[in-house]
Write a protein that binds this ligand. Structure first.
Ligand code: ADP
Ligand code: ZN
Length: 218
């Protein structure tokens, strides 16, 4: 299955994509994580991306599309993949459909995670991310001791772009550039919508139902 996750910043795309990737045994590709790894390694791509990410703006399409295209060409992605954070613009969505079609592939489903703006902002402000395994936690719903990741023991940090000014800019970018994608996937009959106002486990169960994945214990 070739899947993408839509949804505003803080909707829980990363958490759901991580779980789904384990369950379906297909790679989870987060463009945000790829950029952040490049930033911390000080690569040229990282230096470029940081100029945009630190302000809450989108990294330009040509850079992002080239990066994802290279990743999806790897043999590991031929059995299926889950994209998290891509596409984020109409140009990216069209490029994705075009280059997958070149080797007879397509996106099967776009999963839109729906959440109120107030909950989004609250989740982003309370989010802490593991520097080692990249899992994220909500301080309000997880008992976190000593800022340590319960899964791998790595340090938990607040992302640089999870501060009020940058969050506001990311929301503007989402409404302007990414929200129109919902209609793009509705028109091509690939959209499924899942409510995420509830607990993580409920959201995940709703995703499996929407994808018609049955008979799997979670
Ligand atoms: P979130 O969904 O919480 O905003 P991500 O980790 O997906 O976080 O992305 C962090 C930042 O990386 C974005 O604000 C943006 O600057 C950049 N980015 C990630 N994916 C893309 C993309 N597909 N196109 C352009 N910029 C992107
Ligand atoms: Zn961890």
């Amino acid at each position: 299955m070739n899947l993408i996750f839509l949804g505003a910043p803080g909707a829980g795309k990363g958490t759901a994509a991580t779980k789904l990737s384990e369950l379906l045994d297909i790679p989870h590709i987060s463009t945000g994580d790829i950029f952040r790894t490049n930033i911390s390694n000080g690569t040229e791509l990282g230096k470029l991306a940081d100029q945009y990410i630190s302000k809450g703006n989108l990294v330009p399409d040509d850079v992002t599309i080239g990066m994802v295209k290279a990743r999806l060409s790897e043999p590991e992605c031929q059995k299926g993949f889950i994209l998290d954070g891509f596409p984020r613009t109409l140009g990216q969505a069209e490029a994705l459909d075009r280059f997958l079609a070149e080797d007879g592939r397509k996106i099967d489903r776009a999963i839109d995670i729906v959440l109120s703006e107030a909950t989004l902002v609250e989740r982003l402000t309370n989010r802490r991310v593991c520097v080692a395994c990249k899992l994220s936690y909500n301080l309000k719903t997880h008992k976190i001791a000593d800022n340590t990741c319960p899964v791998c023991g790595g340090s938990l940090i607040m992302r640089d772009d999870d501060n009020p000014q940058v969050i506001a800019a990311r929301m503007v970018a989402y409404h302007k550039d990414t929200e129109p994608l919902i209609d793009y996937y509705v028109r091509s009959r690939r959209l499924v919508r899942v409510n995420s106002e509830e607990k993580i486990a409920d959201t995940f169960a709703n995703i499996l139902t929407a994808l018609e994945i049955r008979g799997i214990k979670i």
